[in-house]
Design a protein around this ligand. Structure first.
Ligand code: IVH
Length: 670
């Protein structure tokens, strides 16, 4: 490709990607799949790498990250990032309103109400329409320059067009949407890691990650709520919000202008429940004076503006008796202590149990036997023990002693360095670990055998019929008929489900194996990269590290998994049962039809490509790959050291023999 062609292609791709981004974020529509979008982006990344002179600082490729920052630079805020006075009571809101009235000496005024988004505040600076800096709040005077990470957030514009001032600043809140946070935690559970406790801290940690590519994968989101600048032609906060909307910033449509305190209270009441259905957590309402000149007159205290206040919703919290602590053993042997509570009714549901996470959390709460504990259900669905009701503690309450042996199999527990959880090391003999692995195997996102449930697995295990996933494929009709409640129809159903699972794609099988740190996403990447189980099993740690998303921890874990003879035996049995342990070439995505109706035989060793890669390129461009040379063959793709017999046969049959370079130009359509 010439430089001129590259420049044109980069421009075209940039425009196309921007158009899809806009469709998605402004109009909530899509014309192409996520995969196709990623392909476009990957193409642009590759071109920009090859022709860096054409890479613009606001290229959409900034969205995928790729920069490693050892330490973020400190930057001073042009306008300090203040905090807000806050209150939980309506009386205090009335007092606030009274102060405003007095200070404005009877002049009419309006409020502007917004939700208080529970994320991480950020400041975005735009110079001549270009995002030049994204910074965290820090101590309010100076924060961290996290521009590279901010740029990965898709709905923060990299450029703003139109009638804009040369310099302005936008403030907002970066957050992890509930769904993304849930998916992240599900992925954590899949790989046997502890769940992240809350979305806010996770968003904050994410924004400060050193690897911006990892930040991009986390899918942060952002709402903006204020526009600052010296030469803005606006008179109210509302006008600023409308400008932000016009400039295509992501403003939450939940705001409302209120002319009386009564209207403010109505807004507060209305959103107390409605906020639960928003994509992010909110913990209150921010009430601002709308007029900017009135804001100025009201002024500031040392820490916060006098023209605004936050009304916080009380998280519903109740005190109840801790009856006992039970200990659950997970698939990986991790122990989770659970508080068994005297049932209480909280935000619409009855709560009987709450996770205590690990021994550290019990120590942090300084929990004693028979304590009364405060239980809260914040925005999160899972209830939390937030503290001890000390007033109700009996003076001789004994501290909780953490268990030393597995509650299920009696094996002494271990605690690995740097990990909060205790583990039962008896992986092959501890019942919940065994059934946990089978449950992991059959789940929808893995082998999807939905005719089998937790109860059935337990029965099968108790009867000695299933000890590992491979045993499922040896089950007979008679075996299943032995189970409680199983008749002919339900039995056939189970057998059908097991049979159908054999057609699950390789990526699902790989995830189902339950290799530590290999969640659904990593499994999909590994499948695509290594193509089959043997390549993966034989890969060295160095080779594993070359796969996308694979770092040291994952590589070590995969390597060790395939060095355990027990695992190898299990895989052999699953192979025999007929599960797919290689990617299905037919499922390769179509990139073009340039090689339609053309057949290829690949032979020898190549400079630039692995043979599997060549295969994928051919198939994804519409061609076919054959294994032997015949008269019907179109091309023999000949590498180095190919067998002379094949070459001879190709010559005899008049097959076109091409080199790697010729293949490339064929692909380009020359
Ligand atoms: S306006 C002078 N509006 O709350 C500060 N802040 O407690 C003006 N926040 O640091 C901030 N939602 O991170 C404003 N709609 C909203 C907000 C909001 C969340 C955060 C922000 C700020 C903190 C103050």
């Amino acid at each position: 490709m010439t430089a001129e062609q590259a420049a044109r292609e980069i421009k075209r791709l940039t425009e196309e990607i921007n158009r899809h981004n806009e469709l998605y974020y402004q109009q909530h529509r899509t014309e192409i799949s996520d995969y196709e979008f990623d392909q476009l982006l990957a193409k642009l990344v590759a071109l920009e790498e090859q022709f860096p002179q054409f890479k613009s600082p606001d290229s959409p490729t900034q969205r995928v990250g790729g920069t490693i920052t050892k330490e973020f630079a400190t930057v001073y805020h042009r306008y300090p990032m203040l905090s807000l006075g806050n209150t939980y009571s309506r009386e205090e809101l009335e007092e606030f309103d009274g102060r405003i009235q007095r200070a404005l000496e009877g002049e009419p005024y309006e409020y502007f109400c917004e939700l208080k988004f529970d994320g991480v505040s950020i400041s975005l600076t735009y110079e001549n329409g270009r995002l030049v800096r994204g910074a965290t709040r820090g101590d309010g005077v100076r924060g961290d320059d996290v521009t590279v990470n901010i740029k990965t957030i898709r709905n923060i514009p990299l450029t703003v067009k139109g009638d804009i001032p040369p310099l302005f600043e936008v403030r907002g809140e970066v957050f992890l949407p509930r769904k993304v946070f849930e998916a992240l935690n599900r992925e954590r559970e899949d790989i046997g890691e502890e769940r992240y406790a809350n979305a806010r801290n996770t968003a904050s940690g994410t924004l400060k990650m050193q690897d911006s590519a990892e930040v991009a994968r986390r899918k942060l989101d952002c709402y903006v709520y204020s526009l600052l600048g010296d030469d803005l032609d606006i008179e109210s906060h509302e006008e600023g919000i409308h400008l932000l909307e016009k400039w295509r910033f992501n403003v939450s449509p939940t705001y409302r202008k209120c002319s009386t305190l009564k209207e403010v209270f109505d807004y507060i009441d209305e959103w107390e429940t409605k906020r639960m259905s928003l994509p992010l957590e909110t913990d209150g309402v921010v009430i601002k004076i709308n007029s900017l000149s009135q804001q100025e007159r009201l002024g500031y205290t040392a820490k916060s503006p006098r023209w605004a206040i936050a009304y916080k919703y009380k998280p519903e919290s109740q005190s109840t008796k801790l009856k006992s602590i039970t200990y659950q053993v997970g698939r990986t042997g991790a122990i989770t202590p659970v508080a068994e509570l005297e049932p209480i009714f909280l935000s619409g549901t009855t709560v009987k149990r709450a996770s205590l996470h690990n021994a550290n959390e019990i120590a942090r709460l300084d929990l004693r036997e028979g304590d009364y504990v405060f239980v809260e259900k914040g925005g999160e669905i899972i209830p939390k023990v937030t503290g001890v009701d000390l007033a109700r503690r009996s003076p001789d309450a004994r501290p909780i002693t953490y268990i030393t042996n597995c509650p299920e199999c009696g094996t002494p527990l271990i605690r690995r360095e740097g990990e909060a959880a205790h583990y039962c090391p008896n992986t092959t003999g501890c019942p919940p670990q065994i059934t946990g692995r089978i449950e992991h195997f059959i789940q929808r996102r893995a082998m999807d055998i939905d005719s089998l449930g937790e109860k059935t697995i337990e029965q099968l295990y108790r009867l000695g019929l299933v000890k590992s996933p491979a045993d499922l494929y040896d089950l007979t009709r008679d075996d299943i008929m032995k189970l409680e409640g199983f008749k002919e129809l339900s039995t056939q159903n189970v057998l059908k489900g097991i049979e159908a699972s054999k057609s699950a794609p390789f990526a699902n099988v790989l995830f189902a194996l339950g290799i530590r740190y290999v969640g659904q996403t990593v499994a999909a990447k590994l499948a695509r990269h290594f193509k089959n189980i043997d390549n993966l099993a034989n890969a060295s740690v160095e080779e594993l590290l070359t796969a996308p998303e694979v770092g040291e921890k994952i590589a070590q874990s995969i390597w060790a998994f395939f060095r355990d003879p027990e695992n190898i035996r299990e895989i052999e049995r699953l192979k025999k049962a007929g599960l797919s342990f290689a990617v299905d070439e037919k499922t390769v995505k179509q990139v073009s039809n340039k090689l339609n109706n053309k057949s290829f035989v690949i032979s020898g060793v190549f400079q630039k490509y692995e043979r599997d890669e060549l295969k994928e390129i051919i198939v994804s461009n519409g061609g076919r790959v054959l294994s032997s040379v015949s008269g019907k063959l179109d091309y023999l793709l000949a590498g180095e050291n190919m067998g002379p017999a094949k070459l001879e046969k190709a010559r005899k049959n008049g097959v076109t023999i091409i080199t790697e370079a010729e293949f490339e130009s064929l692909l380009k359509g020359n």
